[in-house]
Write a protein that binds this ligand. Structure first.
Ligand code: KG4
Ligand code: ZN
Length: 333
């Protein structure tokens, strides 16, 4: 089963060819990061327009890199939500056109399921059931992956996503967009215990997240220092903020797995590229005797290989779309 997958939910135009779920024959990503850096974050309309300009060349390259012709493809898969609606529409329209023209099935893919399935690309022997933390620029979920088809969200954020908090704190510290890698780099030269920023537990079990408080605490810390005419150490602020986020993300994930009696845990999404987070979760998993999986960095941030993998399982589950498929910005799990 050879799937041509397309991803355009945010600021990466991506296409990949994936065989039987886990063999990546090509994986092309055209990132718009440099374009959005000018504005300090992703501008949705600018992203949509750039996707339109790029998508044909990205799909052509994915097919060429796989060493195949379009007619060798068995199905076309696409992310149809959640994400920026204009950006999603570019991928959805392209995939519909290709599926119609090639007379092949069209497989609709949920973006968060794609992030989770990146773990199968990395470790094909890593199997459900497991509990996965999906943290990106748009989402912070803890998901119970009961099988290749059954997902249940156990916790979510009540306000900002973890990646969004990294991006906003980075902006106020003057490190720019995207914030995650910039904060991680600055934090290497800072003291994570310099400032105690708040750790917030929400919801009945305390597993839900809230990152707007820690973001405001960082802002207040900076403004207070400014008013008193004191110099701040940006590296210490970056390291202490990162420590607060890593602490909350890793402890909620481990506690959730403990409560549900699941001994396999995983990371996914752009924030899973954060090295201190990967290390902390790995250590905690080891101490708790749990199996741990994490995709390589290139499969953490947005890509189409993960969509091709998720599509393979969706197809096995009979999830198919017709030409009425639409983009759904706030698609739930
Ligand atoms: O999954 P992704 O590429 O796009 C969305 O679906 O949102 O995630 C992008 C997010 C951004 O907020 C970015 O700052 C964050 O992931 N990110 C990181 C790191 N690399 C990317 N956050 C923390 N540490 C990193 N190394
Ligand atoms: Zn994503």
């Amino acid at each position: 089963m050879r799937i041509l997958a397309i991803e355009s939910s945010c600021d990466e135009t991506a296409a990949a060819v994936v065989r039987d779920g886990v063999t990546v024959e090509s994986n092309v990503i055209n990132t718009q990061i440099e374009l959005h850096k000018l504005f300090g974050g992703v501008v949705p309309e600018v992203a949509s327009r750039r996707h339109i300009e790029n998508i044909s060349a990205v799909v052509d390259k994915a097919v060429a890199d796989a060493g195949i012709c379009l007619s060798d493809v068995d199905a076309v898969a696409v992310t149809y939500g959640p994400g920026l609606v204009g950006a999603l529409l570019v991928g959805v329209s392209t995939a519909k056109g290709l599926a119609y023209g090639l007379k092949k099935p069209l497989i609709p893919v949920h973006h968060i399921k794609g992030h989770i399935c990146a773990n199968y690309l990395e470790n094909p022997e890593f199997k459900p059931p497991f509990i996965c933390l999906v943290a990106s620029g748009g989402h912070s979920h803890i998901v119970y992956v009961k099988s290749y088809f059954a997902y249940e969200a156990l916790a979510r954020t009540c306000d900002d996503a973890a990646g969004e908090a990294f991006d906003k704190v980075s902006r106020v510290l003057g490190y720019g967009y995207p914030g995650g890698p910039a904060i991680q780099k600055a934090a290497e030269h800072g003291n994570p215990a310099a400032i105690r920023f708040p750790r917030v537990n929400m919801g009945v079990d305390g597993f839900d997240f809230s990152f707007s408080g820690v973001k405001t605490a960082v802002l207040n810390y900076i403004h207070n220092a400014e008013q008193k005419g004191e110099q701040i150490c940006r590296e210490d602020v970056a390291a202490s903020f990162q420590e607060a986020v890593v602490d909350v993300l890793s402890s909620h994930l481990l506690d959730c797995a403990g409560k549900y009696g699941v001994s396999r845990i995983a990371l996914a999404g752009g924030v899973a590229a954060n090295l201190p987070l990967r290390k902390r979760v790995e250590e905690k998993a080891k101490a708790a005797g749990m199996e741990f999986s994490c995709p390589r960095l290139a499969y953490c941030t947005d890509n189409a290989a993960m969509i091709g993998c998720a599509a393979y399982y969706a197809w096995q589950n009979g999830e198919m779309a017709d030409m009425s498929l639409n983009a759904v910005a706030n698609l739930s799990l």
